[in-house]
Write a protein that binds this ligand. Sequence first.
Ligand code: ADP
Length: 189
Amino acid sequence: KSAAFPVKKTLEEFDFEFQSSIDKKVIEDLATLRFVHNAENVVLLGPPGVGKSHLAIALGIEVAKAGISVYFTNSGNLIERLKLANREGILEKKLKGLMKFKVLIIDEMGYLPFDEEGAHCLFQLISRRYEKSSTIFTSNKSYGEWGEIFKDHVIAAAVLDRILHHCTTINIKGESYRLKERKKQGIKT
Ligand code: ADP
């Protein structure tokens, strides 16, 4: 089933001891995929390098292993494609196409802000998936900062309202794993 993960990352490879701000039980519960059957969402928040994408991909791999359709994309790419579809008058078709996937992973929410059209397209996508299928997000911005991603605070609130109604939020704190690896190699940072 279609996945398109940029790299392979598994739950077994994740060092929960290094990342003590994560409750392993919560991740294990997500790995049961009950959230998928209940059409709930998952949001992984935290600074760069703390393992948000790793966990999103690892959960995605669990979904694929269970024979459930999953699709991975980053927010910038997704929004560009939705905007293109909007201009061609085929946004509805495109959104319907994305409903094929029981789980949609949207990586890196917030690295680039959305313009008005982009925010509109994302709102349409979230509204359509609401209570029907799961979406996993990663973001380096806290919920309070999501207004900035959308510029329009009203749209941001409407999107968040739908995402958070049935959602597990994982707030990851701490140091970048990449930094730790560099330190281990004795490279000055
Ligand atoms: P983020 O999405 O939060 O910016 P990534 O998930 O891309 O961070 O993690 C950066 C790199 O560090 C990846 O190669 C990832 O596999 C690795 N990594 C991060 N946290 C851990 C961890 N706790 N255990 C093992 N590898 C980790």
